[in-house]
Design a protein around this ligand. Structure first.
Ligand code: 8NA
Ligand code: MG
Ligand code: MG
Ligand code: MG
Length: 313
């Protein structure tokens, strides 16, 4: 286990935001050309983030403001998410979540609002997973990370797959954060640890397939075909994991791989980028790209606060 340094905390936050903003122009494309992505990396324009980062910022701020044992006030968090959407509804939100946020803003309790979508099934989208990584910064164990992840997902995602997606990404972020980049990552062990944190058969089947894909060095198109690249949690969280486990020591390559899986590219890259950033730290990221990130200052400030958290002395 490696110490959770300020560089790792910042890496988790910036890696996620970079994946989101760099992937955003490609969201919804069935496949992504390496040349198109390289052009986007070279362009001088501002890197504008989407809903993924907007809600990650809301969650990180929530955690930074709480130093008590509980560390997550889900009732308050639901309102904070809903307000973030109301302040910037143009950030590229999907279909289901704005409906939930509208109800919450109208005074409906989140316990009810989160069940109002998809004929009462609730959402199994990846929206709870895409924003969850910061909970790893205040968790004191793998299981605590998964539990905080699941709870942070509940205000919008009442379907168990949506919640498991958040638990999975939170647990993965915890493992990446505590992994030592000076030593090769044990991918098999990583996925076995995740399987202990997420006890669900469809997720275990995905972990088995991800193990095989990383062992065989599968490329992004193959991985997208085998694991999915859509906006469901099951169809994107394991894909993001595979991007990270294919390039665990190179955050830029992790993000490129994730974007090139296509489909929900911004979200897959946001999740993968947070994992690689948490392992490798912010100092390994391209300064040119980071300086173009719209939320860079805000994320630096949050990293200062969260790196000083009692959990990360
Ligand atoms: P969500 O709750 O709308 O779920 C995302 C999608 O998953 C939905 O649009 C449905 O297609 C599908 N889905 C979820 N639950 C069910 C269900 N019970 N039955 C049938 N279909 C279901 O939103 P979210 O916050 O979970 O999603 C996050 C995504 O939204 C991210 O990609 C984010 O970037 C944003 N986004 C999505 C799209 C897209 O769906 N192509 C486009 C732009 C932005
Ligand atoms: Mg998005
Ligand atoms: Mg080191
Ligand atoms: Mg998306």
């Amino acid at each position: 286990f490696a110490a959770v340094t300020h560089d790792k905390v910042l890496g988790l936050l910036l890696g996620g935001a970079l994946g989101d903003a760099l992937g955003a122009p490609f969201e919804g494309r069935p496949s992504v050309d390496a040349a198109d992505l390289a052009a986007e990396e070279r362009a001088p324009s501002r890197l504008v983030h989407t809903d993924d980062t907007a809600l990650t910022l809301a969650l990180a701020e929530h955690l930074a403001q709480r130093r008590d044992a509980e560390r997550l006030d889900v009732d308050a968090l639901a309102l904070e998410f809903a307000r973030a959407w109301r302040a910037e509804p143009w950030r590229g939100y999907g279909s289901g979540t704005p409906h939930v946020f509208g109800l919450i803003n109208a005074g409906v309790p989140w316990t009810e609002a989160s069940r109002a979508t998809f004929q009462g099934q609730g959402s199994y989208g990846n929206g709870a997973a895409m924003r969850v990584a910061p909970v790893a910064l205040v968790a004191d164990s793998l299981h605590h990370a998964a539990e905080l992840g699941q709870r942070s997902g509940e205000p919008t995602h009442s379907h168990k797959h949506g919640q498991h997606g958040a638990a999975c990404q939170a647990a993965a972020a915890y493992l990446a954060l505590h992994s030592d980049p000076a030593h090769p990552l044990d991918r098999t062990r990583f996925l076995q640890d995740l399987a202990r944190a997420v006890r669900s058969r469809p997720w275990h089947e995905k972990f088995d397939r991800a193990t095989e894909l990383t062992r065989n060095g599968a490329g992004p198109k193959h991985t997208a075909h085998a694991l999915g690249n859509d906006a469901s949690a099951l169809g994107s969280v394991p894909t993001a994991l595979t991007a990270f486990l294919t390039h665990p020591d190179d955050t830029t390559q992790t993000i490129r791989y994730a974007i090139q899986t296509g489909g929900d590219a911004d979200t897959i890259a946001a999740m993968a980028g947070a994992l690689a950033g948490a392992r490798n730290g912010a100092s390994t990221l391209s300064r040119g790209l980071i300086s173009r990130l719209e939320a860079a200052d805000q994320l630096h400030h949050l990293a200062d606060q969260l790196a000083g958290h009692p959990r990360n002395p």
